[in-house]
Design a protein around this ligand. Structure first.
Ligand SMILES: Cc1cc2nc3c(=O)[nH]c(=O)nc-3n(C[C@H](O)[C@H](O)[C@H](O)COP(=O)(O)OP(=O)(O)OC[C@H]3O[C@@H](n4cnc5c(N)ncnc54)[C@H](O)[C@@H]3O)c2cc1C
Ligand code: FES
Length: 333
């Protein structure tokens, strides 16, 4: 089917795909973020044609329905369509996303509930540090979004650090993966990737499941010849000591302890301190506010984690007057 952008003299094919993903595969700057129907950034107006949603998007409202607005990441055309949308060059993909077959290689335990899963792709593919992919797991109709922590040099092994959520369908399917299981991977996606050209020190903030993209960005920044003069701060927020992670991965990187620093913070560690925790306490946004205060505007800031954490950090950075162009993030719905 053919999707025409009204007034833009642009069209692109969309076969068995969502309109957002087909547009990105064609190299177009279709605005989006989560790719799972939750953020609403990919909303567009249908001018002519017929559409269904692959899965009801949480961000879709009665008002959208009345105004014939649809979510690009879930919208599947039933006919040729004309749509109204303003393209934005900042969303044009550096690596056009592709649907790939892969085989599960192995999983390594990081904490009590975070595991690193690796998959061997049928053909190499590159991605930018901090990007994510959609993973189609056995027995599931809808994919889940997970950020890569590492891509092998040849681009054929993609690894993801994933927090398994009790009762989660994707988590259950990941936990049940057999060696060499067939898994579909669609990517790369996302705009919260490392900007090596930015002339500032780097602050990476990860909360809970947000570990993976921050590890990817920090690894790339630590190894980048363009960034050897920059300081990198990595702040990890967990609930209790058993949630802490990241440090062993950073310790192996060049500059650790000199220009690369790890700052853990715990939000729910018991006050009477039975495990002897003497480090920072509180939520991760409180920790960065206390530690960096008015200096926050001097950093290129990357963060990832659950929506409440992302909301609190966005509010803090806004209040501190950090320019939006210096802030790059993914909310993990
Ligand atoms: C951009 C992005 C990057 C992410 N990166 C990571 C990461 O690196 N590591 C990590 O641990 N987690 C990451 N997540 C979170 C992850 O995608 C899952 O939400 C989480 O692992 C729980 O999934 P679950 O299937 O176990 O739980 P479930 O409760 O079954 O599903 C949780 C989420 O999946 C989505 N979902 C559920 N049903 C549907 C459906 N029918 N159609 C479409 N979407 C549906 C919704 O967003 C829902 O909030 C990321 C999320 C996003 C948006
Ligand atoms: S709702 Fe489609 S990208 Fe978030």
């Amino acid at each position: 089917m053919n999707i025409i952008l009204e007034g833009d003299h642009t069209s692109f094919p969309c076969e068995g795909d969502t309109i957002l993903r087909a547009a990105l595969r064609a190299g177009l700057g279709f605005p989006y973020a989560c790719n799972t129907g939750s953020c609403g950034n990919c909303r567009f107006t249908l001018v002519e044609g017929s559409i269904t949603h692959a899965s009801p998007p949480p961000a879709w409202s009665e008002r959208d329905l009345k105004k014939n607005r649809w979510m690009g990441c879930q919208a599947v055309p039933q006919s040729d369509c004309t749509i109204k949308l303003r393209l934005d060059r900042s969303y044009e993909p550096m690596h056009k996303p592709r649907r790939m077959a892969s085989k599960f290689v192995h999983a390594t335990q990081i904490t009590h509930d975070i595991f690193e899963f690796s998959f061997a792709l049928d053909a190499p593919m590159q991605a930018l540090p901090g990007q994510y992919a959609l993973i189609y797991l056995p027995g599931m109709d809808m994919p889940r979004a997970y950020s890569m922590c590492e891509i092998s040099q040849g681009g054929d092994i993609w690894s993801f650090q994933i927090k398994l959520v009790p009762g989660g369908a994707g988590s259950a399917a990941l936990g049940a993966l057999e060696p060499a299981a067939n898994v579909g991977i669609d990517g790369p996606y996302g705009t919260a990737f490392l900007r090596p050209e930015a002339p500032r020190d780097i602050l990476c903030i990860a909360g809970g499941s947000g570990l993976s993209p921050m590890i990817s960005i920090t690894r790339a920044a630590a190894h980048s010849p363009e960034l050897t003069g920059r300081t990198i701060h990595f702040v990890y927020g967990g609930r209790m000591i058993r949630d802490l992670c990241g440090q062993p991965m950073l310790e192996t990187l060049p500059g650790y302890g000199h220009r690369l620093h790890y700052w853990p913070v715990l939000s729910n560690h018991p006050i009477d301190d039975p495990d002897g925790w003497t480090g920072a306490r509180g939520y991760v946004h409180e920790a960065i506010s206390e530690k960096f205060g008015d200096e926050l505007g001097n950093f290129e800031i990357y963060f990832a984690g659950p929506p409440p954490m992302a909301g609190a950090i966005k509010k803090l950075l806004f209040e501190r007057g950090v320019p939006q162009e210096q802030v790059h993030y993914d909310e993990f719905y």
